[in-house]
Design a protein around this ligand. Structure first.
Ligand SMILES: O=C(O)CCC(=O)C(=O)O
Length: 271
């Protein structure tokens, strides 16, 4: 019998913990095109790109997103690979919509952290069926990689987004959005996981799980390049936030509470 695309154990882990590691989920040829795509992206960033490292500091923390319509390799890997079908299995969804890709590069010597946050409050989307695939383009030791607070996707709490440039909150808390707790000071109270990854390994995680990453200076000598491919499932609906959502997609014809039925978020046939 053919091996299933995703092990049942991974589906259960993703549902229960909010995160699971998929070894070698991206092929060597897809990795090569993604590597070229990241170089092209960094050479010609979009209007939404960010450099989180000051010009005179060591290293560089670079981020950009929603370049898949101009950089073909992102589209190919996001839409034409096995990733959408893996996303459907993990989300337990009959449909898969591509939300966007997000490139996150920490060059050697980068001191900037990625603050504890979860993704959904940044986004113009609500729902529980969603997944991001953080595709490692380099070998990254766990100590320099992204870490995840297991089970926090099911806390039923929503946190005010934080700016990656200085970890400050986007806004004051209100009745719906709390400030992210000081996870560092309460690490002992939580189960926090992180993974040694090789190029082609993929960390699949919920938009609702809290996660963070250290700077790479002193923790690894290599580059730390990743592309996060983000997908939506059956229950995803358009939402507005008390702040400008990120990516800053215009609302256009999207209706709050309705599916993101728009060519900017293509439905992917998964047969
Ligand atoms: O790569 C990082 O440092 C953070 C990744 C992240 O926050 C994401 O992909 O949602």
């Amino acid at each position: 019998m053919d091996e299933p695309l995703v092990a049942q154990r991974s589906i259960e882990e993703f549902q229960r913990d909010g995160v699971t590691l998929l070894r070698c989920a991206v092929t060597a040829s897809q990795l090569a095109v993604l590597g070229d795509a990241v170089e092209a992206n960094m050479a010609e960033p979009s209007e939404w790109a960010s450099d989180y490292t000051a010009g005179d500091a060591s290293g560089r923390f670079f981020g950009d997103y929603v370049s898949w319509t101009r950089i073909d390799a992102y589209r190919e890997v996001a839409i034409e690979s096995d990733l959408p079908r893996i996303a459907a299995a993990l989300m337990q969804s009959t449909s898969v919509r591509f939300f966007h890709e997000h490139v996150l590069v920490k060059e050697p010597g980068t001191n900037e952290i990625t603050p504890w946050h979860h993704d959904q409050p940044y986004y113009c989307v609500d729902g529980d069926q969603n997944v991001s695939f953080w595709i490692a383009l380099d070998a990254i030791p766990a100590r320099a990689g992204v870490e995840f607070l297991v089970g926090s996707h099911r806390w039923g709490r929503s946190f005010v987004p934080r700016k990656f440039v200085d970890s400050t909150a986007y806004a004051s808390p209100d009745s719906r959005f709390e400030l992210v707790p000081d996870i560092e000071s309460e690490r002992g109270q939580h189960r926090i996981v992180r993974f040694d990854v090789e190029p082609g390994d993929v960390i699949a995680f919920s938009y609702r799980i809290l996660h963070a990453a250290p700077g790479t200076a002193g923790l690894t000598t290599g580059r730390r390049r990743a592309v996060s491919m983000r997908y939506l499932g059956d229950d995803a609906v358009f939402a507005l936030r008390p702040w400008l959502h990120s990516p800053p997609f215009e609302q256009r014809a999207l209706v709050v509470g309705e599916p993101l039925d728009d060519p900017r978020f293509p439905l992917i046939p998964i047969g």
